[in-house]
Design a protein. Structure first.
Length: 266
């Protein structure tokens, strides 16, 4: 049986694999409110997709393994939502840096971050940029859900994508319905709430309002604008079929990028 997870390799197998400098995927996500209907551990989605990427890339001739998934994301606007667990940005940056240092110490220079949380983006950059500057080792990152948003119009059409895209809706709800159908609670999918305003401004993104066409940063907490954890999309339009298409396309893009990265890195 071919193994794709570092955690499943024996120490002897690891020594043999590491000697060939395989591609190492570093998946990470978050543990936060994803709406009353969806499991909080969205890191499980990134974990499952990373394993599929590793398998497909390996089958195509680029040996790829995945490190254990980091389940806690960088703290951002969700701290006020019950049950979430997040790391401060400085802590997350240090954890990512230490994880990368362990891999690089043993000559594992082909690393790709598979990211499943917006609050991780800055910490990933801050941890990987010095490695490029000081050692000329480039560690790219794929932000799965940003890619997922771009894929939705081609899967469900532009009009439906505009209605279903958002936190607590797609792409995560449909992917969860496909990958973990027993964990999603369709009976708890909420009716859309009126959009809350801050300073009389409608928020166009997390912590961002618009005033006469200009963006205004408004550092509020998430429950103040989306008390049920859903914002921007209608999860009633999500489906396992959409999730299956998203997972397939994310896996294909990821596997092809891994092959591309391996061919361009030492």
């Amino acid at each position: 049986m071919t193994k794709f997870r570092l955690s499943e390799l024996t120490a002897g197998e690891a020594r043999e694999e590491m000697a060939r400098n395989p591609v190492i995927l570093l998946p990470m996500g978050s543990h936060e409110d994803q709406g009353p209907h969806a499991p909080m551990g969205d890191w499980m989605l990134a974990d499952a997709i990373a394993e599929r990427i590793a398998g497909r890339a390996t089958q195509r001739g680029t040996r790829t393994l995945m490190a254990p998934t980091l389940p806690f994301g960088g703290a951002d606007y969700f701290g006020s939502m019950p049950g979430g667990i997040a790391l401060g940005q400085a802590t997350l940056r240090a954890v990512i840096g230490d994880m990368l240092a362990c891999l690089l110490r043993h000559g594992l220079t082909r690393i790709v971050v598979i990211n499943g949380h917006g609050g991780n983006v800055q910490a990933i950059h801050d941890a990987t940029h010095p490695i490029w500057v000081e050692r000329r080792i480039l560690i790219p990152s794929l932000y799965l859900w940003r890619i997922g948003y771009s894929l939705l119009p081609g899967i469900v059409g532009a009009e439906r994508a505009a209605k279903v895209s958002g936190h607590g809706a797609d792409p995560l709800t449909s992917i969860g319905m496909h990958l973990f159908p027993s964990l999603v609670r369709p009976d708890l999918v909420p009716e859309p709430l009126p959009r809350q305003r801050v300073l009389g401004l409608e928020l166009t993104a997390f912590g961002v309002g618009r005033f006469e066409g200009a963006e205004v940063a408004v550092p509020v907490e998430y429950h103040e604008v989306s008390p049920d954890g859903v914002r921007g999309g209608d999860p009633r339009l999500s489906s396992a079929e959409t999730g299956a298409a998203l997972v397939e396309q994310l896996t294909e893009i990821g596997a092809r990028f891994v092959q591309h990265h391996a061919s361009h890195s030492g």
